[in-house]
Design a protein around this ligand. Structure first.
Ligand code: HXC
Length: 258
């Protein structure tokens, strides 16, 4: 499908969605968010897709919501439209792993979008920030909640209150990103990680995503119980038999997502 603000490519079980508004630092316009939500929904429904990479350009993953588009809106407009709710939920609903590959700016909604993904691989050029305070607003798609859980209250408050940017090294040290790689190697690393995930059982990757995400939503005791039950449940799958048999037979497993 042809899009105006994103580029979507699927190759060997991996769909790459590239945000593509070069004139506006990939600012998240309503059109871009709508197309992104559609692309994620399509990849979710496509049985041959096992992992998704979300990326931007060398300069910017995304510099936040489109300020030009937002500046004309009133409280009544944004409340009535329920601005950004549907698109965020479409992305969060996806049960397949999504890797954010971030180079350059990931600011405001851009940082929040990266945090909605399952993990972030950052180029050494990446800069993260929640500068909404400079516009007289607060983060709107999860920044105050997700950044705080990822990096702790002190650093999150610092970022949200001062609007300062965090470089890739600080982001890795504080747990916002899983790894930092040279900018030139960003897509190679993201592709290698995505293809590694695509080799696994799709049933198991779905369960891993759901189980890790549960840790945000519940108590430790309930989360561990949920994990234990999912662990037990996977013993009903063909992929568990295949995985363990392949290990014992010293061969690669052939997972079928069943
Ligand atoms: C609209 C944007 C934009 C944005 C950049 N541009 N960010 N347009 N919305 N968020 C546009 C600029 O207007 C400019 O267009 C072009 O992109 C290049 O940007 P420059 O500012 O000239 O580049 P540079 O000096 O390199 O600075 C880059 C930057 C800066 C640090 C990323 O652009 C910046 O601070 N952008 C805003 C970041 C921000 O405040 N984000 C939070 C938005 S609120 P022209 O036409 O002049 O060339 C938000 C709320 C989240 O995200 C709510 C949920 C989604």
């Amino acid at each position: 499908m042809a899009y105006a603000t994103i580029v979507v490519e699927t190759e060997e079980h991996v769909t790459t969605i590239r945000l593509n508004r070069p004139d506006a630092m990939n600012a998240l316009s309503p059109e871009l968010l709508k197309e992104l939500a559609e692309a994620v929904e399509d990849a979710s429904k496509n049985d041959s897709v096992r992992c998704i990479i979300l990326t931007g350009s060398e300069k910017a993953f995304a510099a936040g919501a489109d300020i030009k588009e937002m500046s004309e809106k009133s409280f009544v407009d944004v409340l009535t439209e329920d601005l950004f709710t549907q698109e965020s939920e479409a992305i969060l609903k996806c049960r397949k792993p999504i890797i954010a590959a971030v180079a350059g700016y990931a600011l405001g909604g851009g940082c929040e979008l990266a945090m909605m993904c399952d993990f972030i691989i950052a180029a050494d050029t990446a800069k993260f920030g929640q500068p909404e305070i400079n516009l007289g607003i607060v983060a709107g798609i999860g920044g105050t909640q997700r950044l705080t859980r990822l990096v702790g209250k002190s650093k999150s408050m610092d970022m949200h209150l001062t609007g300062r940017f965090m470089d890739a090294e600080e982001a890795e040290k504080s747990g916002l990103v899983s790894r930092v790689v040279p900018a030139k190697k960003l897509m190679d690393e993201a592709n290698a990680a995505a293809h590694k995930i695509a080799e696994k059982s799709t049933l198991t990757t779905m369960v891993v995503k759901e189980t890790v995400n549960r840790s945000y939503e519940t108590t430790l005791r309930e989360g561990i119980l949920f994990e234990r039950r999912m662990f037990h449940a996977l013993f009903a799958s063909e992929d568990q038999t295949e995985g363990m048999t392949a290990f014992l037979e010293k061969r690669e497993p052939q997972f079928r997502g069943k």
